[in-house]
Write a protein that binds this ligand. Structure first.
Ligand SMILES: [Zn+2]
Length: 341
């Protein structure tokens, strides 16, 4: 199994995060890339640089005006008097109005969902390369590889078709799944990040050709709060093809494995041609976001269970924040996954 990433993905570095109303350091720091890379090396995967894909593959999941905002909005923002060097809106629409604003302040509120979606001068280059890593891994699997790992930092599963938030800008897992649809009639996405994959759910909510399954800490008490409930099952052609499996905050290995068993049965019933695994490691007991109590061995157990599904698999890195064992958790997961194939 090969791992894909570029150092360019480390350039995006937001300066601020709001935690309980206080301005604190941004948890999704570039240091994550180095710790995850240590995990890849420990697991013994070969590294490769992302290939270049046309932005049409991004536009298959995201709106063109959103991609333009991410690519060019910052230069316009910096013309504002006294602008802070990161785009952050001071106004947001309540629902999605019919009129799209031309002003950069209006566009900022349209496209940035929460206080963890700021856009700096380096953001586009990093998030675009992160998506290229996901596309490269998807292309390897579409071309016959059993599995490939995309070290996607910045992560992607909170990003909607035209909204950033939750440290996410381009939805790498969704982009990979959409790419795999060229080779398969049905593709499944399994998300084991401790946070619900709300952006992924939103992108595929009314589609039946991509099954979305997410195991996550209960949104009644944990981010993203409004999405991730079991009652959200998809709509229209997508009804019945979105499965949310919320578990209590701070759940342990046993509870996560039980939810994963339900997820496995749902995926098997769907009979997809390929699987995208949205691989968050932030359910770990030592993660600073404190949403789970999974152990390093617990991740190895889940890796074996997912490998045993037996589908060609694109593993896409999602969350997992700075703890002393972040790299060890990734190494344990990748090693167990490989041994079980
Ligand atoms: Zn997360």
């Amino acid at each position: 199994m090969e791992a894909v990433f570029s150092e360019i993905q480390g350039r995006h570095a937001s300066q601020r995060f709001l935690r309980h109303g206080a301005v604190v350091d941004y948890p999704e720091s570039p240091e994550r890339l180095q710790r995850l890379l240590a995990g890849v090396n420990k697991a013994g995967l070969d590294l490769r640089q992302p290939a270049s894909f046309d932005d049409a593959h991004l536009a298959a999941v995201h709106s063109r005006r959103y991609l333009d905002f991410l690519a060019n909005g910052h230069a316009e923002w910096m013309k504002l008097p006294g602008a802070f060097p990161e785009i952050m809106p001071s106004a947001r629409p309540v629902e999605t109005p019919s009129d799209y604003p031309s002003n950069i302040l209006g566009r900022a509120g349209w496209h940035i969902m929460d206080f963890a979606g700021a856009v700096s001068a380096e953001t586009w280059g990093s998030v675009r390369m992160s998506a290229m890593s996901a596309l490269t891994a998807a292309d390897l699997v579409a071309g016959g590889a059993d599995a490939a790992y995309a070290l996607c930092r910045p992560p992607g599963h909170h990003a909607y078709g035209e909204r950033s938030g939750g440290f996410c800008y381009l939805n790498n897992s969704a982009i990979a799944a959409q790419y795999l649809r060229r080779a398969h009639d049905r593709v499944a996405i399994l998300d084991i990040d401790v946070h619900h994959g709300n952006g992924t759910q939103g992108i595929f909510y009314d589609r039946g050709d991509v099954l979305t399954v997410s195991i996550h800490a209960d949104p009644a008490t944990y981010y993203p709060f409004y999405y991730g409930y079991a009652s959200q099952v998809g709509a229209g052609a997508g009804e019945g093809f979105n499965l949310n499996l919320p578990v209590p905050v701070r759940s342990d290995d046993r509870v996560w494995a039980q939810a994963l068993e339900i997820a496995r049965r749902c995926i098997a019933d769907y009979r997809p041609g390929a699987l995208v695994l949205a691989l968050g490691l932030d359910a770990h007991e030592a993660d600073p976001l404190a949403g789970g109590a999974v152990t390093t061995e617990g991740f190895a157990v889940m890796a074996r269970m997912i490998a045993e599904i037996g589908l060609p698999t694109v593993l896409v890195q999602e969350g997992g924040y700075l703890s002393p064992v972040l790299g060890d958790n990734l190494a344990a997961f990748l090693t167990a996954f490989r041994r079980a194939r």
